[in-house]
Design a protein around this ligand. Structure first.
Ligand code: NDP
Length: 288
């Protein structure tokens, strides 16, 4: 029997997170506290520029100061690192995000490691990744954290479920697997060398797909009743699509995220939460 999947509306969940943050930031402003997120944009890649503008707009909408630091595409490694040092030392800056990808002449990992872990709103610094790995308190990367937050808010149980994550990047797949493990799921991670991918995805109660290729997962790859989270963002004929065949999979899944309007807005909302959390921790401010 076919089901019609519940659409997990990431935009709506993100809006409720924004509203909560807005109220907290109003109360903090009344106490004279104002927090700032600085996003570093290198070059003029149109997709990156649009993501960065979206992040700034959301920051301003909820009452954070949102700053964009634009650097030319041919900026040297030294100048970029010096700018990160300057932001690290600037007491008014609570969160630093360097928009990826960086131009190929830049050593990306060195830049990410230069961001102070106290201001690392993306959660990509090895210090934060390592703390998460051993179960200490740290910010989580925004996309996986946003997904778990949405599952909680939508009343979808994780504990004891078999979660299959397709993709093992440091940004999405790996922290997603770790976070689902922390939530007491039984976790399987798949990647480009996985054999018989479909046999494994069909075992998933919760299936997270973060590959970057359209239609990696189609109807036959999904167990009836599974919850399907599509992280992928692909441009096909000028249209944004995910990694999952939405129409086909909606007929068997119990719940599914659309693209756009699913995981993307949650990633941005979590970035705002991370900025507030890190800002308050670094300034030693407790909320009333
Ligand atoms: P990466 O390219 O870093 O990682 C892709 C992963 O998919 C790799 O682990 C790769 O395996 C695996 N893979 C590639 N081909 C296959 C295949 N045929 N079958 C199974 N696994 C495969 O991408 P990201 O993790 O950074 O991003 C993934 C997608 O999510 C992209 O479309 C990106 O744009 C999107 N994204 C969306 C965000 C949002 O907010 N909505 C945020 C971040 C990313 P291997 O390791 O073996 O190479």
């Amino acid at each position: 029997m076919y089901l019609v999947a519940r659409i997990l509306d990431g935009k709506k969940v993100a809006e409720s997170i924004h509203q909560e943050l807005r109220e907290r930031l109003i109360r903090l402003k009344e106490r004279g506290v104002s927090l700032k997120l600085t996003v570093v944009l290198v070059g003029d890649n149109p997709a990156s520029a649009s993501y960065v503008r979206g992040k700034q707009r959301t920051a301003e909408k909820i009452g954070l100061e949102g700053e964009i630091l634009r650097l030319p595409a041919d900026v040297s490694q030294e100048v970029l690192l010096a700018e990160v040092d300057r932001l690290n030392a600037d007491d008014s800056v609570d969160g630093i995000l360097v928009q990826l990808p960086l131009p190929t002449h830049i050593a990306e990992q060195e830049v990410l490691e230069r961001i102070s872990p106290e201001k690392d709103v993306d959660g990509f610094h090895p210090m934060n990744a390592g703390r998460n790995f051993v179960g200490l308190d740290a910010v989580w990367p925004c996309t996986p954290a946003g997904i778990v937050n949405m599952l909680h808010r939508e009343g979808i149980e994780i504990e004891g479920k078999h979660a299959v994550v397709v993709g093992r990047s440091n940004i999405v797949g790996k922290p997603m697997a770790l976070l689902l493990l922390k939530e007491n799921a039984t976790v399987t991670v798949c990647h480009s060398r996985t054999k018989n991918l479909s046999d494994i995805t069909r075992l998933a109660d919760i299936l997270v797909v973060a590959v970057g290729q359209p239609n990696v997962v189609t109807q036959g790859d999904v167990k009836p009743g599974a919850v399907v989270i599509d992280v992928g963002m692909n441009r096909v004929d000028g249209k944004l699509v995910g990694d999952v065949d939405f129409a086909g999979v909606s007929e068997v899944a119990s719940a599914i995220t659309p693209v756009p309007g699913g995981v993307g807005p949650l990633t941005v909302a979590t970035l705002m939460q991370n900025t507030v959390a890190l800002g308050l921790a670094r300034r030693g401010i407790k909320e009333e």
